[in-house]
Write a protein that binds this ligand. Structure first.
Ligand SMILES: CC(C)(COP(=O)(O)OP(=O)(O)OC[C@H]1O[C@@H](n2cnc3c(N)ncnc32)[C@H](O)[C@@H]1OP(=O)(O)O)[C@@H](O)C(=O)NCCC(=O)NCCS
Length: 185
């Protein structure tokens, strides 16, 4: 693996460009009803998952992307994580903001990996990309995800009532991030 493909790393994880060799693991993750429970509600078929995956092969140039997330021991693809463009109601990307997302295959849940991944992307967003704010939406009931974002400093902004599903809107801004860093030092 060329170093230029790695965007970030932590003690246990590498974040790199998506590759075609990741496709089967990605499709397996997306076919798991438990992974999809609060993100779409139903498993993705192989065809749907491929359609979702293929555009992610295009290298991201601005750092805003969902990156392949690889567990260092065994060099194993375990999901995707990153910050990606945040769009307003008119579908315009909001400059200096991003959305956070993390998806981990079930076999690797409960090991603190999403928290480890999320923490480094929030830091990357503020310190490297110079963002002002990072947001994320979580379907009500996804308590593991709530735990993860609260552990890395996000705060609940509002709860949105949808027709079928309700969502928490979480955010962390630059001011809160640096304050949070001081409290965890
Ligand atoms: C949400 C998700 C990313 C968490 O990944 P993970 O690597 O297991 O997360 P972590 O181990 O870092 O932390 C999970 C925390 O939630 C807790 N948790 C797990 N399941 C829980 C549940 N059902 N209710 C409450 N807390 C729960 C864990 O105990 C842990 O908290 P702790 O560190 O205080 O013990 C993972 O479950 C996932 O990929 N889910 C499917 C996709 C998804 O929902 N993504 C989020 C989209 S918003």
């Amino acid at each position: 693996m060329g170093d230029n493909e790695i965007i970030l790393e932590t003690e246990r994880l590498i974040f790199r460009q998506n590759r075609i060799e990741d496709l089967d693991d990605f499709c397996d993750m997306e076919a798991d009803p438990e992974v999809r429970r609060f993100v779409g509600g139903k498993p993705r078929s192989r065809e749907e998952a491929e359609k979702r995956f293929l555009p992610s092969l295009k290298p991201a140039t601005n750092g805003l992307h969902m990156w392949a997330t690889v567990l260092k021991p065994g060099n194993k693809y375990i999901g995707r994580c990153g910050i990606y463009p945040h769009f307003d109601a008119e579908s315009n990307s909001i400059p200096s903001e991003a959305s956070f997302g993390v998806y981990i295959a079930k076999a690797y849940w409960g090991m603190g990996l999403a928290t480890e991944a999320g923490g480094v992307f929030v830091k990357y967003g503020f310190e490297h990309l110079n963002l002002d704010r990072i947001v994320t939406m979580i379907q009500l009931g996804n308590d593991a995800s709530v735990k993860v974002v609260e552990k890395i400093g996000f705060e609940l902004i509002m709860t949105e009532k949808g027709e079928w599903r309700d969502f928490y809107h979480y955010a962390i801004d630059r001011h809160r991030f640096y304050g949070f860093l001081n409290t965890v030092k």
